[in-house]
Write a new protein. Structure first.
Length: 337
């Protein structure tokens, strides 16, 4: 699904010439009028301020709701920080490192990264040519209330925000390693947004939002195949769990899907998600139970059995622990938010 209306003939020519730009990345970058370093600094100061370790949006950012830039990260992002908005960036060139706590991911050209508001993180260059194209935004610009950020569990109900879901995150972020062709497609969207940010026109914000929607929906479709943690096929393990969580599921089978030993997978899973495999499965089951409570006429006992629990008392106890509500309250009042 493409949201960008290709009325701008210049952008049509850029997309039509994709094979040409694949020959030389600099030609792709140079065809956009993107900002220089001094412009970037001035705009950043207008839109954001650092309060302690939190990057907060100024009233101007709150009013606009979206900001895009193409630049070389430096001292501004070396220290650990959090922010009150969603962030995604594409590594255009060079190598860098993204840190969350004691964990890190090495970045290279073609890596697409998504960060939600809960992750303290830092970005550092590992090579002199490290550049990124970045967009930060508030959910309201794509028609979703900003209050969704108060509880990251809500993100899974919105296709646009799926790349920011915690359970998909690897070392604090979702990282998609793009093919060369995919990298050039995403570069068009990111660099066009950066151009619109610094060379505004009457329809700049509308076109920026359309580009953002393209990025989010395309990333959502790619996410099932592209998550990487070293050489571990971690997404295959997630896929296996998501397909079989209503059954009696064993660690050996999940680890086999990832291609590693059960003990190593268990340790890695906890490090990546911040929870045990059992806790993750219970959350999937309870989430499925919530859907059935709201959308079916099955009684609570049958729902417990359907999502994988043989003991209804155990189901009720877990349900309240995870949602803070009883199954009866959810059936009466709807989903827990």
């Amino acid at each position: 699904m493409v949201y960008y209306s290709l009325n701008d003939r210049r952008i049509c020519r850029k997309i039509a010439s994709l094979e040409y730009f694949a020959v030389c990345k600099n030609k792709l970058i140079n065809c956009f009028h993107v900002s220089n370093k001094s412009d970037t600094v001035r705009a950043y100061d207008r839109y954001f301020r650092l309060v302690g370790t939190t990057i907060e949006g100024t009233p101007e950012f709150a009013s606009n709701g979206i900001y895009a830039v193409y630049y070389a990260p430096g001292d501004d992002l070396l220290r650990f920080h959090t922010h009150e908005f969603l962030e995604c960036f594409l590594v255009i060139s060079g190598e860098g490192r993204h840190r969350t706590g004691k964990n890190h991911l090495d970045l290279k050209a073609g890596d697409l990264v998504f960060l939600n508001v809960t992750q303290p993180h830092s970005i550092e260059p590992l090579s002199g040519d490290f550049t990124v194209a970045m967009v930060v935004f508030l959910p309201r610009v794509i028609g979703i209330a900003d209050t969704v950020l108060e509880n990251s569990e809500r993100l899974k109900y919105f296709a646009f925000l799926s790349p920011f879901i915690n359970e998909k995150n690897c070392n604090g972020c979702l990282l998609l390693a793009l093919s060369e062709h995919e990298q050039h497609i995403f570069s068009l969207f990111f660099l066009h947004m950066a151009e619109l940010q610094y060379n505004p026109s009457e329809r700049s914000k509308e076109m920026m939002i359309n580009n953002l929607k393209n990025i989010l929906l395309s990333a959502n479709m790619l996410a099932g195949q592209k998550i990487r943690i070293g050489n571990v096929n971690f997404q295959s393990a997630f896929d296996y769990i998501n397909q079989h969580f209503k059954e009696e599921i064993v660690l050996d089978a999940i680890a086999k899907a990832a291609g590693i030993s059960p003990s190593y997978f268990s340790s890695l899973f906890n490090k990546v998600t911040g929870k045990s495999i059992r806790s993750y499965i219970n959350e999937l089951r309870i989430s499925a139970a919530c859907e059935l409570l709201c959308e079916s006429s099955l009684n609570i006992s049958n729902i417990a059995y359907t999502v994988g629990y043989e003991n209804v008392t155990h189901f009720n106890r877990l349900f309240k622990k995870i949602t803070r509500f009883s199954p009866k309250q959810i059936r009466r009042n709807g989903k827990p938010f």
